[in-house]
Design a protein around this ligand. Structure first.
Ligand SMILES: Nc1ncnc2c1ncn2[C@@H]1O[C@H](COP(=O)(O)OP(=O)(O)OP(=O)(O)O)[C@@H](O)[C@H]1O
Ligand SMILES: [Mg+2]
Length: 379
């Protein structure tokens, strides 16, 4: 926030400006003021206090953090100016507040450019002893974690449902496919013997398509609950060594460069080898596919020794994921590709959640980074 000129006749210094000196000014501040100062400083709530001119009288640290404000620059400024070029209807604080409109538990999504928040907002007017409106306050809580937890639960529910359907139908789909495939292979041989090359080619296409259906069914089964999972202590060095040639191969086909950098001492993780490989390959494949016309895929392995996580970052220099799609990419069947199933990332998420790990994505206009965090064990 810059170049905002406080209107003439600014109010007395706000509590926030004195709250660092609460103890020094003990004599001058009564208990209530001390509490208000501590409340603004310590409590993890967004607090905004306004006067009747719709100017900011005080603001808590947390509110500044969420709104991307610098406290010294915004105090005494008009609210309308503080939200910059944002259309008025999207301002977090509405002028109607001063007319006595009371808001309770109003859910508002908010983005300060670098982070998205889900806020729960309360607001009301402040009145003097005669009942005249002298200002207003807004208090908000950051409930982003709760929201993402809620979304995770919904997603798990959906996955569980798909899993049940999948488990029930996968075999019914596979059995007839196996006989169709067998007969087609016989046809192909006979047609080949008769020199009917065009028909042989058509049969090959049919066989390829059947293989595609088979692969889809296998992914379905993975979503339902992987059957032959072997959880073991794996040397991550070995896992990465196994997958990097596959990733490099895929990259070459798409004219993409690959960079690989790993921490010197690679840890052990407890996981199923094939499933873990599948996660990294799926994410890398998405990155490679996103870089139409070339680019660089960087795979980096780092250790977070404090949290005891090993972080595998897969970054691409592709076009990025638009903000309005980023929440959807882990949904089963969400795809923007003509031949995509949209199951890749939901399967990855399922696998990593089963290992008590996380997958995070960050994409800001250009390039995308997926970070897989898995608990590690020492060598
Ligand atoms: N690195 C990336 N850059 C840009 N978009 C991405 C990236 N990774 C994923 N996406 C988006 O997320 C969507 C879902 O990915 P997901 O892997 O689940 O399915 P898919 O790649 O479309 O299909 P499939 O994995 O079956 O080939 C993609 O269609 C794409 O729109
Ligand atoms: Mg994919």
């Amino acid at each position: 926030m810059k170049d905002i000129v406080p209107p003439a006749g600014s109010a007395a210094p706000p509590l926030s400006s004195t709250r660092e000196h609460v103890s020094a000014a003990n004599g001058e501040l009564n208990l209530l003021q001390q509490f208000a100062g501590a409340f603004l400083r310590d409590v993890n709530l967004g607090v905004i206090v306004l006067d009747t001119r719709f100017c900011l009288v005080d603001v808590s640290d947390m509110a500044c953090q969420v709104l991307g404000w610098e406290q010294e620059q915004v105090l005494n400024c008009r609210m309308s100016e503080l939200f910059g070029e944002l259309p008025t209807e999207h301002h977090l604080v509405q002028r109607s507040l001063l007319e006595g409109v009371v808001v309770r538990n109003h859910a508002v999504p908010w983005s300060n450019g670098s982070r998205r928040y889900d806020l729960l907002l309360d607001s009301n007017v402040l009145r003097d002893t005669e009942g005249a409106i002298v200002g207003a306050y807004v208090i908000f809580k950051d409930v982003s974690n709760l929201r993402s937890l809620e979304e995770q639960v919904q997603r798990s529910d959906r996955l569980a449902m798909i899993g049940q359907i999948a488990a029930g139908t996968a075999h019914e789909i596979r059995n007839p496919l196996t006989s169709i495939k067998g007969f087609l292979q016989m046809f192909k041989k006979t047609l080949n013997d008769k020199g009917m090359s065009k028909e042989v080619h058509h049969t090959e296409i049919m066989l390829t398509e059947i293989n595609r259906i088979n692969e889809l069914v296998s992914e379905f089964l993975l979503l339902s609950k992987p059957k032959n999972v072997t959880i073991e202590r794996l040397d991550l060095y070995q896992v990465m060594n196994d997958i990097m040639p596959i990733i490099r191969n895929e990259a070459v086909l798409h004219g993409v460069q690959v960079r690989y950098e790993a921490t010197e001492v690679m840890p052990y993780v407890v996981a199923d080898r094939e499933l873990l490989k599948q996660v990294f390959i799926n994410i890398a494949k998405n990155g490679i596919e996103a870089m139409v016309g070339g680019g660089t895929l960087s795979v980096t392995v780092k250790l977070d020794q404090v949290g005891r996580w090993v972080l595998i970052e897969i970054h691409d220099t592709g076009p990025g994921i638009p903000a309005f799609l980023i929440d959807k990419i882990f949904d089963p069947f969400f795809t923007t590709k003509q031949n995509g199933t949209g199951l890749g990332l939901s399967v990855c998420q399922r696998i990593i959640h089963d290992l008590c790990g996380t997958i995070r994505v960050s994409s800001k206009g250009f390039g995308t980074t997926f970070t897989v965090a898995v608990p590690y064990q020492d060598n």
